[in-house]
Design a protein around this ligand. Structure first.
Ligand code: DOR
Length: 429
């Protein structure tokens, strides 16, 4: 899929926004790298960027690509197209596949399929065998294949002792553990946030404390072991506050927020539509406000999508039987630009160089736009207003909770390794 195109490409007339700031400039790309940055440049192919931002490609720390085993919902290829249409040049694939990504053979399979995808696909690895939380997975073997991030995502590690051992082991190998924070004994049987709305709707709830107790525990374990921990999809005021305080105290933790946790509240579940069922669940407005504050003040490092495709069938079941999860890759940028009161540079940082650094990809993704850098770029129009139409998404699934929503900001072109995989919003096969 990713053949380096012949000849040069000029991205013309855009405003570069990267970690160095903003500047109006053309960008020329050739053989996978940026070869020119300046005024009035030319190339064999022109990508028009007037009125657009030219940013480093985005990096999603949290993508469910469903392959192997759940191809009716997504494949690495279809998810890859959803990624590049959303401006992502790299994604980290979550391990809750079937079989799970918990050994070298499955990592190899994901990487082989990923090599043919339109974006860069990095595999995560499970922390425990089968994501069962009982026995450590062969982390070193997977790390040997380049896996940098380990998680049992979909499940949290329930045993503090096992998590401590995993942290010590991971720190020794120089890889990162990421935690899905959820205490099972509190969350069991719950299908939405436990609060006013769950009472009114008669749907069993999951209290905020199910997440917060694990955040608290893992901060303590990070302090104890000195090992870094990354918190996935944080959703409550308490979690954000604890991470903020821990960081101020020098504990090496990082954290992400998923787009739905700063754009939707638990009230969305009022119609019993499973498209709004997700784990951690949608929370009340005060938690949503806290997630936004955390993204603004640096308590949270990254916006992740938690892109979780599910088949139409499964999402048409009753609320308590449907699987949790919602699509995210193709709407993340627009939601961040539309809903967060942040500068474009802050939004791009949360989507690009900040997650790239957490994933250990800072040399290839999210790099400043300068001569010699790899040509992983996202060009977007920050003003374009569009309506989210599930049928028009590249994902194989259509479980977006934003159907019919008007949003602002749209990806126009995406380049991955110099290859223009999205041009004028169209996928280039
Ligand atoms: O809502 C969710 N969906 N949360 C998870 O942790 C897993 C994910 C999935 O795989 O569908």
């Amino acid at each position: 899929m990713r053949n380096t195109p012949k000849g040069s490409i000029v991205v013309k007339g855009g405003l570069i926004v990267d970690q160095l700031g903003e500047r109006s400039s053309d960008v020329v790309v050739e053989e996978g790298h940026i070869v020119g940055v300046g005024p009035d440049l030319s190339g064999d192919q022109v990508l028009e960027a007037k009125g657009c931002v030219v940013a480093p490609g985005f990096v999603d720390l949290h993508t469910h690509l469903r392959q192997p085993g759940m191809e009716e919902a997504e494949t690495i290829e279809s998810g890859g197209w959803a990624a590049v249409r959303g401006g992502f040049s790299a994604v980290v694939a979550m391990p809750n596949t079937d079989p799970p990504i918990d050994c070298a053979a499955v990592v190899q399979e994901v990487l082989a399929l990923g090599a043919k995808a339109p974006c860069e696909v990095y595999s995560s690895g499970a922390i425990t065998v089968g994501r069962k939380g009982e026995q450590l997975a062969p982390i070193a073997e997977m790390a040997g294949l380049g896996v940098r991030l380990f998680t049992d995502d979909g499940n949290g590690i329930q045993s503090a002792g096992l998590m401590r051992r995993a942290m010590e082991y991971a720190a020794g190998l120089g890889v990162l553990l990421a935690q899905h924070c959820e205490v099972d004994s509190l969350a069991e049987g719950g299908h939405m946030h436990e609060g006013e709305w769950s009472s009114q709707l008669g749907i069993p709830g999951v209290p905020a404390e199910a997440e917060e107790l694990m955040v608290m525990r893992d901060i303590a374990l990070s302090r104890l072991t000195g090992a870094p921990v990354h918190f996935q999809h944080l959703s409550t005021r308490g979690s954000v506050a604890m991470v903020r305080a821990a960081r101020q105290g020098g504990v090496p933790v990082t954290a992400e927020a998923a787009t739905h946790h700063f754009t939707l509240t638990d009230e969305a579940c009022a119609g019993y539509d499973p498209v709004f069922k997700v784990n951690p669940p949608l929370r009340p407005a005060d938690d949503v406000a806290a997630v936004r504050e955390g993204l603004a003040d640096g308590a949270l490092d990254a916006i992740a999508t938690d892109h979780a495709p599910h088949s139409l069938d499964s999402k048409e079941r009753p609320f308590d039987e449907a699987p949790p999860g919602m699509l995210g890759l193709e709407t993340a940028l627009a939601l961040a630009l539309s809903e967060l009161n942040l500068s474009i540079q802050q939004v791009v940082g949360l989507l690009s160089w900040q997650p790239a650094a957490i994933a250990g990809l800072q040399n290839t993704h999210g790099t400043p736009i300068a001569v010699g850098a790899p040509a992983n770029l996202c060009v977007f129009d920050p003003e374009e207003i569009w309506t989210v139409e599930p049928d028009e998404l590249a994902s194989r699934a259509c479980n977006t909770p934003y159907a019919g929503r008007q949003v602002q900001g749209r990806v126009r072109h995406t380049l991955v390794g110099g290859n223009p995989v999205v041009v004028n919003q169209q996928m280039r096969q």
